[in-house]
Design a protein around this ligand. Structure first.
Ligand SMILES: Cc1cc2nc3c(=O)[nH]c(=O)nc-3n(C[C@H](O)[C@H](O)[C@H](O)COP(=O)(O)O)c2cc1C
Length: 730
């Protein structure tokens, strides 16, 4: 619901809001420029002082006004000359004619009405309402993603578009809320939805005596020039006419002969509110606030562009399900947890089979779970597992939403995973436990499907059919991912002498057959994954990337595993040989944005992405690398490149440990333990820790790191939950 409110309306409105925001930013600098240009009103100067100075020059003066830009103007008709001129508040001297520049007028009109009068004003008002809804729903979505309102300031992980959208959104949200609320109020005023603010001034009777010189009028002498909004002069041909003095406090009528205040009408509360709101919206009279609001508005085009990218990606990723029944009235709800989309394929097959059997079936992502989903007769959950046994992207918020919702439908959970991972289908297990704990009767016990096995899926379908009392045939072959060919451009082999062959492989896109030029590589960054399909297989193997697109090659480190089909295939590949591959973003394993220190820890082929992070560190943020191999002479991967990075300060320090180098042999966790005080200081400074390598090494590093952070009052689970300790482990 929240996402529906934030997504499509945001796209539709992006253009209009961008126009309003960009013009708003342009106008926001005006108060600061005006403030710099307008002479200061000297303290102690009264309205009478200035009126006397100006009246001496212009016998036909009719009004003095303090404009929104802070300048003082005089309106006059002296017979020979008439017009509006700016005056110096200290001397009353002329400062040139008063004109609003054509550009400012144009931008203001564009900002307030898209240049099309009332229809445009109404659209801008609707835009303000939309901006309000987008700001509120956006910040609520971000809070949901980061783990609650208190977690709103946590580092944001994800793709560059997600990070930009989130970071800018939370920086700008206060300004955007203020601008949209005040803009909405002003729009409502324009269309008469807010009652008139001004009290009607009472009728007064002037003394009718001969007018005294304006500088001698007592009521004007006691009015400070700084408070002046407007002073209108009496009509010289009408002896009963009076001076009218308007300030923020209200309106006063003054006898032209005696200088006495004849009546004072205080400004209504509504008028004062309108004043404050105008200042808060325009920054007039508060130029610092104006600039801050302008900066917040300047974020809108970027938020719009990144928002469109995120929305388009979500749409492209969503599978087309034919005849999805509405959730209200559905007897069966299927919820899907997926990151690479293959689980959606299985769920689509289940949806079609149940629909064919006469059920009304609704299918949705686990993140979108709501009360209506839990009101169905039965709930079927199909979910993958990722990372350290964690939720996949479309299920990240599921457990916390579930805890807040009512309903206990009978449920069955089907986990998709890979037995090669240490936590096989762990997230599916967590979901099944959570449903069990809230009292959902189990329709079937939890079943785990290994590597998208069609047979295991079909078996679960038969069991489900038995539970539902009818036949259910589920026949689904996982679609092989869309791959592209890559050609091996270079390889370096290490570690043969110590029985642990590791190859650094560099791939390029094949040459374009028409132009003969190298083809374009897809977009990826170090730490993302490349999925490689060994010949004749449908299950990809994933390797962490050691390079980014801008390096011009796709680089991986591959350890040869006994009996490993993919690693054997890659080690046998000769330069010029081709592979079928695809990119999988891995935003959870990227260095956090900013200039905080990084502690990179790895062993063996796990150095791949870490070397890539160092290579990409052109800004020279502090990066400390701990790496373990077997022998300095045989498998010191990236030895020369790392030495160069140290010299160029892309790498701040390098600590290596070799386990088979005789006397000096050690493991990477020994280096961590020995360096505890230094590492503790780095963590105290906010360092992020990224670990890559085998499970045993990662566990040993975890054990070595606990005592490093404990004296700081920290522990690894909390560092992990806020993305400051991340692992890429195999
Ligand atoms: C980076 C990565 C991490 C994974 N981690 C696990 C894991 O911890 N446990 C597990 O059982 N499966 C794990 N898997 C396997 C996936 O859960 C499995 O391939 C699943 O079928 C993917 O479904 P999806 O394409 O719908 O996301 C992982 C896969 C990848 C690519």
């Amino acid at each position: 619901m929240l996402r529906a409110l934030h997504g499509l309306p945001g796209i539709v409105l992006a253009l209009g809001l961008t126009l309003v925001a960009v013009t708003g930013t342009a106008l926001s600098v005006q108060p600061a420029l005006d403030r710099a240009a307008a002479p200061m009103v000297p303290a102690g100067t009264s309205v009478a002082d200035l009126a006397a100075q100006v009246a001496a020059r212009h016998p036909g003066i009719s009004a003095i006004r303090q404009r929104a830009d802070g300048s003082l103007t005089v309106t006059f008709d002296d017979g020979a000359a008439r017009g509006v001129e700016r005056v110096d508040p200290a001397t009353g001297a002329e400062r040139g004619p008063y004109q609003v520049s054509q550009t400012t007028r144009f931008i203001t009109n564009l900002h307030r009405a898209f240049l099309v009068g009332d229809a445009g004003r109404a659209l801008v008002g609707i835009g303000a309402l939309a901006m309000l809804a987008l700001s509120v729903s956006g910040i609520a979505l971000l809070a949901r993603r980061l783990g609650g309102a208190r977690a709103l300031l946590r580092p944001i992980r994800g793709t560059p578009a997600q990070r930009w959208h989130g970071e800018l959104g939370r920086l700008a949200v206060a300004g955007l809320l203020l601008s949209s609320l005040t803009g909405l109020w002003m729009s409502a005023g324009t269309f008469g939805l807010i009652p008139e603010a001004q009290e009607i001034a009472p009728a007064v009777t002037a003394s009718g005596g001969a007018p005294a010189p304006v500088g001698t009028l007592a009521a004007l002498q006691s009015a400070a020039l700084a408070d002046l909004r407007e002073l209108t002069f009496p009509d010289p041909s009408d002896p009963t006419d009076v001076f009218t003095l308007r300030t923020a406090a209200g309106e006063m009528q003054i006898d032209a002969a005696t200088g006495a205040a004849l009546a004072f009408t205080p400004a209504t509360t509504l008028a004062r509110i309108n004043d404050v709101i105008r200042t808060l919206h325009t920054g007039r009279g508060a130029w610092g606030l104006g600039l801050l609001l302008g900066l917040a508005s300047a974020a809108v085009p970027v938020l719009g562009a990144t928002g469109i990218v995120l929305w388009a990606r979500r749409r492209a990723a969503r599978p087309r399900i034919a005849a999805n029944a509405p959730v209200r009235g559905a007897d069966t709800v299927i919820l899907v947890g997926s990151e690479g989309h293959s689980t959606w394929g299985f769920a689509g097959t289940l949806h079609a089979a149940l629909t064919a059997a006469g059920h009304r079936v609704h299918i949705a992502a686990m993140n979108d779970v709501g009360a209506a989903h839990l009101a169905a007769d039965r709930l079927l959950i199909l979910t993958a597992t990722y990372g350290e046994g964690d939720a996949p992207a479309s299920a990240k918020g599921f457990l916390s939403h579930l805890a807040r919702l009512p309903g206990r439908p009978p449920a069955a959970v089907l986990g998709f995973g890979d037995r090669n991972f240490p936590h096989f289908c762990r997230f599916a297990q967590q979901v099944a436990d959570a449903l069990d704990a809230r009292g959902c009767p189990p329709l079937l016990p939890l079943k785990r499907v290994d590597r998208r096995s069609s047979q295991e899926f079909a078996q679960w379908g038969r069991d489900l059919g038995d539970a539902l009392g009818h036949d259910l045939k589920l026949s689904h072959m996982a679609e092989p991912p869309k791959t592209m060919p890559l050609v091996l451009a270079g390889r370096e082999l290490y570690g043969e002498a110590v029985g642990a062959p590791v190859a650094i492989l560099r791939f390029q896109a094949p040459l374009d057959p028409r132009t003969g030029a190298p083809g374009r590589l897809p977009a990826f960054a170090a730490g993302d994954l490349v999925g490689i399909l060994p010949p004749g297989e449908v299950m990809p193997r994933f390797y962490s990337l050691a390079s980014s697109t801008r390096d011009g090659v796709l680089e991986i480190c591959v350890r040869l595993r006994e009996g490993g089909r993919c690693s054997t295939f890659l080690h046998m590949l000769a330069p010029g040989g081709a592979i079928n591959a695809f990119i999988r973003e891995n935003p959870a394993f990227h260095p956090a944005a900013g200039r905080g220190p990084l502690i990179l820890i790895g062993a063996g082929a796990g150095i791949g992405p870490l070397a890539g992070f160092v290579r990409a560190n052109a800004a020279g943020r502090p990066v400390h690398l701990y790496w373990g191999g077997r022998s300095a002479a045989s498998d010191f991967l990236y030895e020369h490149e790392l030495a160069q990075h140290l010299a160029e300060r892309r790498l701040t320090s390098l600590k290596t440990a070799f386990s088979r180098d005789g006397e000096a042999s050690a493991y990477v966790q020994d280096r961590i333990a020995a360096d505890a005080p230094r590492l503790r200081e780095l963590v105290r400074q906010g360092a992020q820790i990224l670990v890559c390598g085998g499970r045993d090494m990662a566990d040993a590093v975890t054990r070595a790191f606990e005592p490093v952070v404990r004296p700081l009052g920290l522990d690894l689970p909390s560092l992990k939950s806020c993305g400051r300790y991340v692992e890429d482990v195999y």
